[in-house]
Each structure stands twice: as C-alpha cells, then as structure tokens.
Ligand binder design. Sequence first.
Ligand SMILES: [Zn+2]
Length: 235
Amino acid sequence: MFLYYQVRTHHYKTEAVPQIICPVCNTGGHLQISIMQKYMWTLGPVAPSSKYAVAFCGHCNQYVPKVKWTDEMDSSFRTLKQDLKTPGRLYRGLLVFPLLIALIVGIAFLFIKTGQQKQENNQVLIKEAISNPRKGDIFQITHTDGTHTYYTYFRVAGSRGDSIYFNPSKVHITDIKKMKEWDEVPLNNDAYEQGQIGFSISQAQAADMFTYVSQPVQYGMVWSLYRNGHLYKKY
Ligand SMILES: [Zn+2]
C-alpha cells in the first residue's frame, strides 16, 4: 500500500526577547524567538519531532544561524518551551491507522459474509431444483466410482414421481488443471448422451448426492446448477 506523507510544521509561539543582544548585528531590543515543531502528516499527523527554536532579529532582518546562538538564547529557548506540551492532535494520525485497518478488515468480512450468504441461497436453490426438476437444468457433477473421480454434467431430461432423469454429459474432465473449463458448461446436444439415467429424488435429497444403481456403487455429487445462463455454485 502506498502511503503519502508530508513533513509539516507546527508553530507554538513567538516571543520578543529584547534583553538579548542579536549575535549578528550586536544590537539589543529587536530579537524574537519562535518555538516550532515538525511532524509527519500521513492520513493525519504522526511522529512529531522534538521542539526547536528559530530566532529572528527585527533590526538586521536576519534569522540567527544556529552556530551563532549564544548561551543566553539557548537558555531562554529552554524557558520558553518548558510549559509547552505537544498537542495530542499531532499524534491523531496514529489513530487513523487502526481505524483504516479496522475498515479494511470490516469490508473483507462483509465480502466473505456476502459470499457465504450467496452460497447458502444457492444451496437452497439447488435443493429445490432437484425436488422440482426443470427440463434443461444442468448440474455440475463430480462422478466417483470408488477409484476415479471426474468432473462432468447432468442435464435434466424430465421427471416422473420420485424419479429425476438426466442426460449425462460426454465431457469428463479429469485434469485438475482444467477445473476452469468445468465452469464453461456445455449447452449443445452433442455434449450429452442420448440415453437417460434415473435417480430417486428423495434419496438424492437425503444423501445429498445421486447414487447409481451399480456394483460397485458410484456417486454423483452436485456442485452447482446452471439455469438460464447463470451458474449457481453451492461452494
Ligand atoms: Zn540583528
């Protein structure tokens, strides 16, 4: 994350110190000392530096360079800054960071929550789609025969009573690297078998998968429903 920052200056006060002779022009009565402090500004003020002083002489119109500062000037700077406390607002930026992080975490949480909600809604929709089969609905299926698993599709051909009939797809994806292709649900008839396989709806609902009447027993697990151009994922 890119953080933009600036160095800014906070001015505390400027006081006349006429009793001090200007070390530049050796004239008294025109010197003033300002107390300043630098701080970093990024999303708010942070990291204030220590306080420092700038001395200006109204007679020679010059800032007194640090090397020319007299002991008198040093001690009056110390006196001037004694009662000055760094205002809390110069640390305000430190509060901004936790707030920003809380905000980011909050947004991420909301996204996860929304995703979960969507999955739950899809699970309800898929359950309903199995209970009330709609011709043309396509389920994304993982088919397991006990030894091998492949990724395929079942297209609803019809239903009768407690039975749901599918045209299983000829597309069998076995390469895990091709998982993205699995989401490209084939729609043309060529991709599906002419023959139909039937399953009990109530059994499928109870087991949450389609159980083949075969030995050894094979299973088809539903991952998502493709309906009207949209893929509703369970997970
Ligand atoms: Zn001067």
